[in-house]
Design a protein around this ligand. Sequence first.
Ligand SMILES: Nc1nc2c(c(=O)[nH]1)N[C@H]1C(S)=C(S)[C@@H](COP(=O)(O)OP(=O)(O)OC[C@H]3O[C@@H](n4cnc5c(=O)[nH]c(N)nc54)[C@H](O)[C@@H]3O)O[C@H]1N2
Ligand SMILES: Nc1nc2c(c(=O)[nH]1)N[C@H]1C(S)=C(S)[C@@H](COP(=O)(O)OP(=O)(O)OC[C@H]3O[C@@H](n4cnc5c(=O)[nH]c(N)nc54)[C@H](O)[C@@H]3O)O[C@H]1N2
Ligand code: SF4
Ligand SMILES: [Mo]
Length: 715
Amino acid sequence: MTTADLAPASVGDTAVHHTACTLDCPDSCSLEVEVEHGRVAKVRAAPPEVAHPLVGGFICSKVGRISRHLYGEDRLLHPAARTGAKGDGDFRRISWSDALDLIVERMVEAKTTFGGESVLPLSYGGSNGLLTQDTADAIVFRRFGASQLARTVCAAPSTAAALGLYGKMAGVALEDYEYAQLAIVWGANPSSTGIHLVPILRAARARGGRLVVVDPRRTPLAKQADLHVQPRPGTDLCLALALHRELFRREDADLEFLAEHATGVDELRRRAEPWTFERAADVTGIPEQDIVRFYDLYRESSPAVIRCGWGVERNRNGGSAVAAILALPAVAGKFKVRAGGYTMSNSAAFRNVGWREPSPGTRIVNMNHVGRVLTDADAIQGPPIQVLFVYNANPLATLPNQELVRRGLAREDLFTVVFDQVLTDTARYADLVLPATTFLEHDDLAMGYGAMVLHDTKPVARPVGEARSNLRVFGELAARLGLPRDDDPRTEAEWRRAVLGRRRQRRLADEGLVLPETGRRPIQFVDVFPHAADGKVHLCPPSLDAESARGIYAFHPERGSEKYPLALISPSVPQTVSSTFGQLRRGHIPLEMHPDDAAARNLGPSAAERGEASSKAEGHGEDGMGRNTELARVFGALGGDKPRVRVFNEYGEVRCRVRLNPDLKPGVVLLPKGVWARSTESGTNACALAPDTLTDLGAGACFNDARVEVEALPD
Ligand SMILES: Nc1nc2c(c(=O)[nH]1)N[C@H]1C(S)=C(S)[C@@H](COP(=O)(O)OP(=O)(O)OC[C@H]3O[C@@H](n4cnc5c(=O)[nH]c(N)nc54)[C@H](O)[C@@H]3O)O[C@H]1N2
Ligand SMILES: Nc1nc2c(c(=O)[nH]1)N[C@H]1C(S)=C(S)[C@@H](COP(=O)(O)OP(=O)(O)OC[C@H]3O[C@@H](n4cnc5c(=O)[nH]c(N)nc54)[C@H](O)[C@@H]3O)O[C@H]1N2
Ligand code: SF4
Ligand SMILES: [Mo]
């Protein structure tokens, strides 16, 4: 591939460009975009000559239809200042120059009165590449001396566990799953969240490979799996430790591998010791015979690979659970072969990318505590937050304890800037909104965290209205605040070089995309090793042991709660990426509930009524998703109009309707993550029910520790 391949080609009046997707998705697709008169007309997968191998000629439908986001009615077109009450979303247009003056004035005023730490930048940046986060923005906020944000809302526990055990070690390439004799998809739902793995798993099965899915609900993949292991949310740690115990006890552990490549073996063994299969079955709610079957499949298969997802981490035991899962291939001796080992985030395939702006040593605010910190001056040491600058994030829709976040955003004395592409729920509370470009309108660099690839993202369409890129806006803000230094990068090309290094930048320019330096598809413990001084896996790393209350691998049982007996999970759904594209949803979202739980609350047919339906359903076929068509019909019919309910706990409530879903584990209810206020009757989402407690490692979010009750509302 050469740069010539990446230059736009003209087909009639339409220009065809190649670029890459930066959305928060592991697959980082290479895209082909048709542009008409400066506007995006069609987006599809780039052809194989210019695409990275995982793409395989298809992309998701949400990006295929991204013009609805780019040119939809919610798109922000120019800077605007608030005219109505906070939350109303009424603004009047102002100029960029006035907007930037106003920000500078308010930031300087806050610093003079309260100190620089009274300014808080709030960005997560999951849907950003390497140029639009932690570059010019870091120059602004760090040099200004603002508070720093710990970006803990996602991946913090997983990252802590993976780094603690293996350092920055690349995982098994997703393409290699085809060669796995056993693939374990653990707390991940790639049918929604990383679709390019799905055909590869299908290919593996066609070659005789087996599939195990560990998930509290029957996901589309679980329906095709040889074994679906269905734990209660938050109990994976017990399951993983039970597998470890048995590996050691039955002498199936690879002691030779462990002697050469691991530390902390005896500690892990000791901590796994109490977890018999029986006890694990009791705590996880998984039938013991399923654990035995899972053990046998894992023990006897090679290559065996574990795709550990982010569903495992979002609870009080999340960090230790991920650690115990990632330790399995070491103890069971599954490394050293292609398709043997694990995959978590594959961003470890690239080292030393990014701009490093030194930390000013100012205080750090945990993102999960933004609601507390905005509403309670005593929640954190130092000055109260006076200026909040939100970009690359939609906190009102995505942070736990939504009502507290809302109260914080509603504070009259808080000056809030929201810099976004669309008028998000958060933006409605802003004093000032700034219009941002999208990855089809600005320069960026996409780095996969599933696909091992780094590639250029080019502006292919004209920015709508007065939308500007992060690099430009933060560059101008830095200048107005007098922060730039002579050797700071200024142009997009200079930023690319600063972020990538000269050698990689040249490769990217020559080749269009860059695959890992370690060889295209590394084999763990052959081509890549733990990134630690001793090159070993640390099964019981002292730093993590010190961090977790009662030490790593200690199980924290649920606080018993009779008042709120249902476990609410809020996983990703196909239509959105986190909250991105949430404005495009039509209608309201339902709460999904197992029929038994619904019947117990008079919200659905009783077991007897369903039994009758089931016997009628026997002999009926399954549809493409593995649903029994007759059962689905009967559940729908028996359910009648979906009952209106209130889902509630001590943090808040969501009012919506109920949909019966027999694929959930009884006792588990589901609301999708990232929905906007307009998608529920109450204007709240799962975050209104999510506690702002922290995970055992990495101080991450505990979304799936939400415990709730559901009651009927009059229609
Ligand atoms: N279409 C789409 N793609 C996305 C995203 C999106 O919102 N939409 N989000 C992106 C982002 S930000 C991320 S972090 C990834 C996340 O993608 P995934 O890793 O797939 O994570 P989740 O969607 O949070 O949850 C995955 C599964 O975990 C299950 N689960 C919930 N609790 C538990 C538990 O305690 N144990 C186990 N074993 N399973 C549990 C859920 O039922 C769900 O099926 O996807 C990325 N890709
Ligand atoms: N209930 C519940 N909530 C969750 C989760 C859950 O499991 N359950 N999961 C969590 C997870 S996994 C994640 S990753 C977080 C994500 O939380 P967020 O990062 O807050 O969510 P996104 O929807 O990705 O928000 C990104 C915003 O940035 C804007 N944006 C994108 N690119 C740019 C740019 O270049 N410049 C500017 N200025 N703006 C831009 C987008 O328009 C979008 O509004 O949500 C978390 N929230
Ligand atoms: S969101 Fe994921 S699947 Fe969709 S185009 Fe982007 S990288 Fe590909
Ligand atoms: Mo995430």
